[in-house]
Write a protein of this length. Sequence first.
Length: 116
Amino acid sequence: MRKRVEGKKFSRKAEPRRAFLRSLARALLVSERITTTETRGKELARLVERLVTKARKGGVLVHRELARSFDPPTVKKLMNDIAPRYKERPGGYTRVIKLTPRSSDGAKMVIVEFVK
């Protein structure tokens, strides 16, 4: 039984799973729109919402926390471009748009993008 266990495992151990989600988050932060599978997209949206909320607070501590997980250009874009854009918005920075299934294996696909 799951008993309130949050998040998906993606058939990976903890550290590879974190690295996988970090790479997806970096791709979304850099391009502001990516296409991925539904499960990955929903989990990615949760992670990015938390990152943007944290970045909105600003400050040196937040900058250092983000720098531990992301490269300097990504942190700079998040802190200077993305976070100020949503300063007045209380949440819901991303949207998940469903697409047609992938033709090769029928996987449910989505677009994850930032709300303008």
